[in-house]
Design a protein around this ligand. Structure first.
Ligand code: HEM
Length: 227
């Protein structure tokens, strides 16, 4: 019998941690994507929404407290997600000093490696994105205004290199979301053959709708719909 404290050290425990923390991030990116669509309502609406994220819960909560709560949750989730991914991979390598020759196993290895590379790409993208739109580092954003995120986004995407980095980041996100959602279904035991098609379809839906929603904003700026 596995105790509560040792559960995270078991293979299934790590997979559950990956699934739960992955789901937290899916919730965050889905909410963030819907929020970004407010760009189409104009500067006043979008900036009021960004300010609303900080005043949320007042007067019970102080300014920015709700936002910080969300930040703490997503930071903890990403740290645990990476920890579980790295320790699972190390366990797999240790358990298998001689590499499998079977095609199926090689396929699984390639999938897990591409998840690791994709995860690193997303992490680097998020760091760039924070420097671009949250911290407003002058080396990354030419004209950052702390209280005008609408302006920051419009000016930000007028730079083709920045837009290219977002497009690459969103492709990496789509692939990671597809494989991650599918793995999550397997972990929670939804790997019944008769649901296979439905679950693959659901994984595709998550992997396409979220990045597609995000990409409408840089595309809107490039096409001059947002200005
Ligand atoms: C075209 C795509 C995106 C746009 C236009 C965009 C826009 C923004 C903006 C304007 C902010 C600052 C908001 C504020 O300070 O009020 C922000 C923050 C943030 N974004 Fe994005 N975002 C995009 C994609 C993503 C993706 C794909 C992720 C995650 C994988 C992400 C994660 C974050 C995080 C973690 C923050 C910091 C939130 C905070 O702590 O205040 N964003 N984004």
């Amino acid at each position: 019998m596995v105790g509560v404290m040792s559960f995270p050290r078991t293979t299934i425990g790590k997979k559950v941690i990956m699934a739960v923390t992955g789901l937290i991030w899916i919730g965050f990116v889905a909410g963030h994507m819907f929020g970004n669509l407010k760009m189409y309502l104009g500067a006043e609406h979008f900036n009021a929404y960004a300010e609303g994220l900080r005043t949320f819960g007042e007067p019970f909560l102080a300014y920015g407290q709700a936002l910080w709560l969300v930040r703490i949750i997503i930071i903890l989730a990403v740290v645990l997600h990476i920890w579980a991914a790295v320790t699972l991979k190390m366990r797999n390598l240790q358990a298998r000093p001689v590499r499998y020759s079977k095609h199926r196993k090689l396929h699984a290895d390639a999938a897990s490696l591409s998840m690791i590379y994709g995860g690193v790409a997303i992490l680097l993208f998020v760091l760039y994105h924070l420097a671009h739109f949250t911290w407003g580092l002058s080396a990354v954003h030419p004209d950052f205004r702390p209280t005008d995120p609408y302006h920051n986004v419009i000016v930000g995407f007028q730079n083709r290199l920045a837009t290219g980095i977002y497009l690459i980041g969103l492709v990496a996100l789509a692939l990671h979301l597809y494989h991650g959602t599918w793995s999550m279904f397997q972990t929670v035991g939804l790997n019944n053959k008769s649901y296979d098609k439905l679950l693959r379809g659901l994984a595709w839906l998550v992997a396409i709708i979220i990045p597609l929603g995000f990409v409408t904003v840089p595309l809107g700026v490039i096409l001059g719909i947002l200005s």
